[in-house]
Structures are given as C-alpha cells and as structure tokens.
Design a protein around this ligand. Structure first.
Ligand SMILES: Cc1ncc(COP(=O)(O)O)c(C=O)c1O
Length: 259
C-alpha cells in the first residue's frame, strides 16, 4: 500500500539533492532497529544482498556447509553458493513448514559453518532450539517483519544477524531493498563497509581496504521505507485479517493442521 505519506517523503528526498548516502539511511536504520528491538541495523539493496553479507559476517567461506531449508525462495540457498560454500538441506516440519531442529541436528558435521533457518511465510522457525547447537545462525527473516517468537522476542531481536526483505510483496516495501539486524557494532561496521565497495566510514570515495560490493540502499528508497514503517502496524493488521479469513475458511478440512 503506497499512499500520500510515501509520496510526500519520496518527493522531499528527491528535492533534498541527497539521493544516496544521505541522512535518511541512518534514520531508517535506527527506526527499523528500534522496531524489531535490535541494537543495530544495516540497510542493503535487497534481502539477497543482506543474506550474502550476513553469511560472510559469520565467517562462511569456501568449502563450508550451511544448513538451511529446502522450502524457501531460492536466494537462501544461493547465498551460500556465492561464497563457494554448500547449502545442505534439512527437512521441514509438516505443520510450520520451517526446518525441523532434529533434522538440522542430524545434518551437522565438522564442515557445518552456519545455520540459515528461514521464517517461511512469516512464521518464526524454531531458532531457540537451533541455538542449543552452538553454531553461528543467520536468520532469513525476509518474509517475517512483525513476527514475534513464542517467548515474546520480535524476529530480528535475538542477536543473530537477521535479514529482512523489502520487495513489494513483503510487509514493508522500498521497491527493492533489505535490512540486516545485528547485535554487535563491529559486525555492523563490516556490513556497512562491504555494502559500500569495501570503504570504511572515514575513507575517501576511491579508498577501499577490503573486498566490497555495491549493495547500498538509496536515500529515496529509505524515504519510502520510513513512511512505510510508520504504517507498519496498520499494514500488519490488514494481513492478520486476511489470515483469519483463511483460517476460518480452512478450519473444517479434516486432517489439516494449521500452526
Ligand atoms: C524467504 C526469502 N528469502 C530471501 C528472499 C530474497 O529477498 P530479495 O528478493 O529482496 O532479494 C525472499 C524474497 O523474495 C524470500 O521470500
């Protein structure tokens, strides 16, 4: 849903003359982090870009295994391949459609460098059980903005890098875009540098001290994101209403279990 608030914010951004790397980027990041109760957030050009940087940030590299869900959008497996790591698929729970922690446990080997659970259709994967395995976790929260774990922690606020996507079919859109929420300021610095061609914050445009990518989110997109964030509750309520209509309509089907 794009309304007059979005139009006004985007127009103001266009007229400001700061179309990228301007003040709206940190403003959007701070507002988003606060919303999901994460200490830090880094805005990126897509959910895929965010997942890629998050896997690099937890140390996944060539020859590693990343255990993930076979029931997902293709990007959650592709990002492991970007780093010449191997996606290993653990089977899903038939009711939640998210990875089954027992199947993940069975799939762990000495090559396992990280777990990448996906909160499919916005239903939180059983991350508290996966935490018991003591391995780095990257949460694919691309479909799960606004979701809350059973223990009351919002998805994005558990401390693992959690990646949200802002394609137009998501809870909040910036056209294209994404956000990586993290608990550690050092990890945020690395993400910010890698999304910006490997520049540190104090570096000139042609200075680079690590391999980087252009995974930046423009200020125009951040303006849209800020306006959308203000209406997030309203948009989530709309989705909840539709979900409850489906729940009612499907509830009489024998043998069907809904999470
Ligand atoms: C589960 C899941 N992972 C990753 C992505 C990738 O996000 P994006 O399309 O923003 O790159 C999406 C979105 O399409 C998704 O639904």
């Amino acid at each position: 849903m794009i309304g007059p608030e979005e139009e006004a914010r985007v127009l103001a951004a266009l007229r400001s003359g700061r179309l990228s790397l301007g003040p709206l980027l940190p403003e959007f990041e701070r507002a988003f982090a606060e919303r999901v109760r994460a200490p830090f957030a880094s805005a990126v050009s897509s959910g895929t870009a965010g997942l890629h940087l998050a896997l690099r940030a937890v140390g996944v590299s060539e020859g590693d295994d990343v255990i993930t869900s076979p029931f997902s959008f293709v990007a959650s497996a592709n990002v492991a391949v970007y780093e010449r790591a191997r996606p290993v698929f653990a089977d899903i729970d038939p009711v939640t459609l998210n990875v089954d922690p027992d199947a993940v446990t069975t799939a762990v080997t000495s090559r396992t460098a990280a777990l990448l659970p996906v909160h499919i259709f916005g239903y939180p994967a059983d991350v508290p059980s996966l935490e018991q395995l003591g391995l780095p976790i990257v949460e694919d929260a691309c479909e799960a903005l606004g979701a809350v774990y059973g223990d009351g922690v919002p998805v994005g606020g558990r401390g693992h890098p959690a990646v949200f996507g802002f394609y137009p079919n998501k809870q909040l859109t910036t056209g294209e875009g994404g956000m990586v929420c993290v608990a550690d300021g050092g990890v945020k610095e690395r993400l910010d540098s890698e999304r910006n061609q490997g520049r540190s914050p104090d570096m000139g445009w042609l200075d680079h001290d690590r391999l980087g990518f252009n995974y930046r989110l423009s200020d125009v997109a951040c303006a849209l994101g800020l306006a959308q964030l203000e209406r997030l509750d309203e948009m989530l309520e709309g989705r909840a209403r539709v979900a409850s209509l489906y729940r009612q309509a499907l509830s009489s089907i024998e043998g069907l279990e809904l999470p």
